[in-house]
Design a protein around this ligand. Structure first.
Ligand SMILES: *Cc1c(COP(=O)(O)O)cnc(C)c1O
Length: 441
């Protein structure tokens, strides 16, 4: 189908999408069952108790296929737990990616360690395994592999490199719960997985997080760090931790609020089914756009056994060279004018934020990154080309929760119409540098 005869909405033509399609996008899906579960916690006054959280952990670990699951008050806390679990400490280096939500990077500083940035692969938006290997030094203790915007990171290569250099692998599954890499569940490749379950994520139950692992010492260290009330000397198998039982080694309190665990239990039961519908809807959207110049799907080839989980915060890839270098900003405004959500970029690259190279967080009289490491204090501009370009080469697309082909086709048409009429947009293009912020929404 060609829409070349239609005037673009941004230039005064008719839009492609009309009406209120909120049912297509509503998330999380909250039913009476969620409400009853949460009300039960509140009515019993059990908000800070553990019974519901323990049940949630038990169900979660079975669903995940892990030996242990530990509930948290946030994904950020779970990442702290994973880092402590992996014995990250003074002067250590942890390889991270740069254009990502800060909680996948900044907790490293909390342990006297420094994040070292590896570039991303422009098509997956996940860590480039070759650059990960290049960034390894004798001080490298761990890598945080984020399945960024639901795309599975290259776990075969990452785990092989990590093994070679004796580096721990922490998977950040905040965007990709239930996703598969070569038919195996994300979060089961590394030494430990940590993830957010906050309201905006694909598996959502409020401010909450989860850590999963098969490693008893990692689990018990995470428990010891921020779960004092469960850090029971009689139960600990890790001998050196027993002496410190009863108090949190990290000085943190990371327990999950039971309103979240209650909702999490209910959400988990429907999650696989709902995520499958999301994938069906998103794949249909991208199928409608196959071959359209200037845009590409950010998605896996499911026939190879890798999936996009709940397709958190769906994005597309932009190839401006095919549209006479139309800027991402102008492109997105034209699509938005058609009535489809579209905004430029993913996350701003953290390596260029002064907190990472110029902030004295802990009063060392020098920037924290320099205080904790002899590495160059800053990754200069140009050092991570794909990470620096990503915000002019990606855009949010509608994140469909329901498979409704008639409606989805209209959104696809909005993108297609702009791509096929891009010539009309070059006038008035202010060639802005693209999007990307330090927070997701
Ligand atoms: C949301 C998110 C986190 C942190 O989770 P919170 O629950 O918000 O603390 C960590 N990593 C990534 C990649 C995230 O998107």
């Amino acid at each position: 189908m060609l829409y070349t005869m239609e005037k673009l909405a941004i230039l005064g033509g008719p839009g492609s999408v009309a009406g209120d399609d909120r049912d297509l996008f509503a998330w999380p899906i909250v039913t009476k069952e969620d409400e009853e579960a949460v009300l039960d916690v509140i009515r019993r006054g059990a908000m800070s108790a553990l019974d519901v959280t323990l049940a949630f952990e038990d169900e979660f670990k079975k669903w995940q296929g892990a030996k242990y699951a530990l509930g948290y008050n946030s994904g950020t806390s779970a990442i702290h737990g994973a880092l402590f679990g992996c014995k990250i400490g003074r002067g250590d280096e942890v390889v991270c990616i740069s254009p990502v939500y800060w909680a996948s990077v900044l907790p490293v500083f909390s342990f006297g360690a420094v994040p070292v940035f590896a570039d991303i692969l422009p098509n997956t938006l996940c860590i480039d395994p070759a650059d990960f290997e290049r960034k390894i030094t004798p001080k490298t203790k761990a890598v945080i592999a984020v399945h960024n915007f639901a795309y599975p990171a290259e776990m075969d290569e990452i785990t092989a490199i990590a093994k070679k250099y004796n580096v721990k692998v922490i998977e950040d599954v905040s965007h990709a719960q239930g996703g598969l890499y070569k038919n195996k569940k994300l979060g089961t490749f590394g030494d430990v997985a940590a993830m957010s379950l906050m309201s905006g994520k694909s598996l959502a139950c409020g401010e909450a997080g989860m850590l999963t692992t098969d490693d008893t010492e990692i689990y018990e260290r995470a428990l010891a760090y921020g779960h004092y009330e469960r850090n029971d000397a009689k139960k600990l198998q890790t001998g050196y931790l027993r002496e410190f039982a009863g108090l949190p080694l990290g000085g943190h309190k990371q327990r999950m609020h039971q309103a979240s665990s209650a909702m999490g239990r209910v959400q988990l039961r429907s999650y696989d089914e709902r995520a499958a519908e999301i994938r069906r809807a998103m794949n249909y959207f991208w199928d409608c756009l196959e071959g359209v110049p200037g845009i590409r799907a950010h998605r896996t080839d499911e026939s190879k056994g890798s999936t996009m989980g709940g397709w958190y915060a769906a994005h597309g890839l932009y190839v401006p060279e095919e549209l006479d270098n139309l800027s991402i900003g102008r492109f997105c405004r034209a699509v938005a004018a058609e009535g489809a959500l579209c905004s430029p970029g993913i996350n701003a690259p953290l390596h260029l934020h002064p907190l990472l190279f110029n902030c004295d967080v802990y009063g060392d009289k020098k920037p924290t990154r320099t205080a904790f490491s002899e590495r160059d204090p800053k990754d200069p501009e140009g050092s991570l080309p794909a990470s620096e370009a990503v915000n002019s080469r990606t855009y949010y697309v509608p994140w469909f929760k329901k498979y409704k082909p008639d409606q989805i086709e209209k959104y696809a048409k909005a993108f297609r119409k702009v791509c096929e009429n891009f010539g009309e947009l070059t006038e008035g293009d202010e060639k802005n540098p693209g999007g990307g912020r330090y927070f997701s929404f």
